[in-house]
Design a protein around this ligand. Structure first.
Ligand SMILES: Nc1ncnc2c1ncn2[C@@H]1O[C@H](COP(=O)(O)OP(=O)(O)OP(=O)(O)O)[C@@H](O)[C@H]1O
Length: 659
């Protein structure tokens, strides 16, 4: 074996010329011509470990392309993963060799690699030669062919390098069938192959660099299931270095990782749980397609623990984004005994993990209490997911709550979707307006509460969930049970702990406190310097007397309007309350009782302006009638309460009669 050691770092293509002595010697002048275009290593092709040698060079990155001829070229092509340029036997080459051979003998043997040459029949007659032709696949074939020719009395044999060597060993005359032009063509081909191979290698290196940046373990196989790429995390799992793993059949390395099924089916699958090296991994297998054809497959292994952590983080993030339990008991305003009783009960309930039913009119703070209970208990840092059962049509509510599997129904998302029960895992699910839940879903809900597992729509595999349920209703559920509109068993199940929230009208004193704070807050937000307008107190009796059908939510709403109204008057400036009739008509409408006669009406006189809009003007007759009623028919008192003159009051009453 001869070997030229490469200089590093090479900029020229690195070629490895692998051939028998005759070919190497014959090619020497051509090789010299190519020294400035390529780095060329010469390797003796007769050595038994030729293939091993070639592989080693490829693995060490010492060669871009091989140049070889005959059987050696075939061997390299089959067994080494690198481009191989073959020195072809051109028709003229053989002719040239036969002409030379004719000088020694009229009987010439021809032994070529692969297949015999049919054109030789014509050449035979032309040159008036007796030609016996053999083709060989392996060196043994070649040897047998040379032996046969010798036995037939041939003394001159034309063939490839190995044949020439064997002929000479057998005491015959061997003539190399190649021409310098063929060798040159071989070098040209090799340089081009090396250029393409380098481009490929660069692309491969870039992809490899990307793979190395991934924390997840990744490997890829070609279509014959041999490993073609992997990154360090995968190496660590397989416990060996990449060099020894690349090119290996994957099943032989680790049968559990097999991608054969993926190569055959061409279908991706994710979420496969594998147990390797005493750890659980979640695997994703995907086919690699080039122009639609499966040319390989890739495997990604995710550490089950990190998925679990990510899942928790996602849930937490989702919790923050969509339904954060922002409120605590500190956010509850009010000192009324009714509210304080509710808070005391809620605090007790928070210490348990039992299902709670919160009953109360709209806007009494049911969700606020649910959040406060959640944040006070052991699930405080876990998800709090709220859903309004009245806000969804039946089928949508079902998939929202329980999730669905891929393909469960038309339009179902790929990969399915987890439901709110799963989203609330380890935390709390707040089911608002539970009285509006359709009966079919009540049955499913009961199952979840009993079994502590959910069945996604379209799935047969239950997913365990650990969720505390807090339900809320403004409807009389017990009555609904009696009417058969609500399942009794579900009612008993959710009614374990019951919290009744008082409406605002039963929370004497809280209205003033809450209204003042809200108007203050709102004015500050609007940039007003007058943070506690004394004028507001003048309105308090009216606010306190109001029925508040929308409870705190309505109070918040009216306070915002009040703040905007007050904003137009400077501190200490006289307030023209007439505009308020327009801004907050409910306070002056039929549902708002006027302050009782015993309590002097604190509303300052309202100068009714002619430009009152139609809506407010339409209310005048009912306002007048109501005021009259409140004051026992005393027109003077009623007019004073409304802030108008007696004649105006009379005119308003006349309007009603006219209407
Ligand atoms: N005691 C309270 N202190 C402070 N704010 C309150 C109180 N009660 C209710 N609120 C406020 O009133 C508004 C309505 O409260 P929440 O949404 O909790 O009521 P709800 O009973 O769940 O209403 P609905 O039944 O209409 O969904 C919220 O802005 C909430 O912050």
């Amino acid at each position: 074996m001869t070997s030229d050691v490469f200089a590093a770092p090479p900029r020229l293509p690195r070629l490895c010329f692998l051939g028998y002595r005759h070919l190497r010697e014959f090619s020497a002048p051509v090789i010299e011509q190519y020294r400035d275009r390529a780095e060329i290593e010469l390797v003796d092709g007769t050595v038994s470990q030729t293939v091993a040698l070639a592989r080693q060079r490829v693995e060490q990155g010492l060669v871009d392309a091989f140049i070889s001829a005959g059987a050696n070229a075939g061997l390299l092509r089959r067994q080494v993963r690198a481009p191989v340029a073959t020195i072809q036997l051109a028709g003229l080459d053989i002719l040239q060799a036969l002409i030379t051979a004719r000088r020694s003998s009229r009987r010439v043997g021809v032994v070529v690699y692969g297949q015999t040459l049919p054109d030789l029949e014509a050449v035979k007659n032309l040159l008036r030669l007796e030609i016996a032709q053999y083709a060989y696949q392996t060196p043994d074939d070649a040897r047998r062919s040379v032996e046969a020719l010798r036995a037939e009395g041939f003394s001159v044999i034309v063939g490839s390098s190995i044949v020439v060597e064997m002929a000479e060993a057998a005491g015959l005359c061997g003539l190399l069938a190649y021409s310098q032009a063929s060798i040159r063509q071989g070098f040209e081909d090799a340089i081009e192959l090396a250029r393409v191979a380098r481009m490929e290698a660069e692309r491969h290196a870039q992809l490899g660099a990307v793979l190395h940046t991934l924390d997840d373990a990744v490997l890829a196989v070609d279509r014959s299931h041999h490993v073609i790429a992997m990154n360090p995390p995968m190496q660590r799992i397989l416990g060996a270095d990449t060099g020894s793993l690349l090119g290996r059949e994957l099943s032989a390395l680790q049968p559990e990782l097999s991608l054969r099924e993926t190569l055959t089916s061409g279908v991706s699958e994710g979420g496969v749980v594998l147990h390797i090296g005493r750890r659980n991994w979640v695997a994703r297998r995907a086919p690699v397609r080039v122009r639609g054809e499966v040319v390989g497959a890739a495997l990604t292994l995710y550490d089950a623990r990190s998925i679990h952590e990510a899942d928790t983080r996602l849930r937490m993030q989702q919790r923050r984004q969509q339904a954060a339990a922002r409120h605590s008991f500190d956010d509850l305003e009010g000192q009324s005994p009714a509210l304080l009783r509710a808070v005391a009960s809620a605090r007790r309930f928070a210490r348990t993990d039992l299902t709670i039913l919160i009953a109360g009119e709209s806007g009494t703070g049911k969700e606020l209490f649910a959040q406060a209970i959640h944040n006070e208990g052991t699930r405080a840092n876990r998800p709090f997911v709220a859903v309004n059962c009245a806000a969804f049509p039946e089928s949508l509510l079902e998939s929202e709550l329980f999730g669905y599997e891929e393909g469960a129904f038309t339009g179902a998302r790929r990969g399915g979707k987890r439901g709110l029960f799963e989203a609330a895992h380890t935390g709390t699910l707040f089911l608002d307006e539970i009285g509006d839940m359709p009966t079919s879903l009540q049955t499913r809900l009961l199952r979840v509460l009993q079994e502590r597992e959910v069945l996604r729509v379209g799935s047969a595999e239950p997913v365990p969930v650990d969720v505390r349920v807090i339900a809320a209703t403004h409807q009389p559920l017990a009555e609904m049970v009696a009417q058969g509109r609500f399942r009794q068993d579900l009612y008993f199940r959710i009614n374990t702990l019951r919290l009744s929230l008082p409406p605002l009208r039963e929370r004497a004193g809280d209205v003033a406190l809450m209204a003042e704070r809200r108007v203050q807050r709102c004015l500050a937000r609007l940039g007003s310097a007058d943070s506690t307008p004394a004028a507001l107190r003048q309105l308090m009796p009216r606010l306190q007397a109001y029925d508040w059908p929308g409870n705190v939510r309505e109070l918040e709403n009216i306070c915002e309007r009040l703040a905007v109204f007050l904003l137009q008057f400077g501190p200490g400036e006289a307030i023209d309350w007439s505009g308020l009739v327009q801004d907050c008509p409910e306070l002056f409408g039929a549902t708002a009782p006027m302050p009782r006669a015993s309590a002097p009406v604190p509303l300052p006189p309202i100068a009714i302006l002619p430009e009152l809009p139609a809506a407010a003007a339409d209310m005048r007759p009912s306002l007048a009638r109501q005021a009259l009623q409140q004051h026992g028919g005393n027109r003077q008192a009623a007019a004073r309460a409304l802030g108008v003159s007696r004649s105006t009051l009379w005119r308003w009453l006349q309007q009603e009669q006219a209407g």
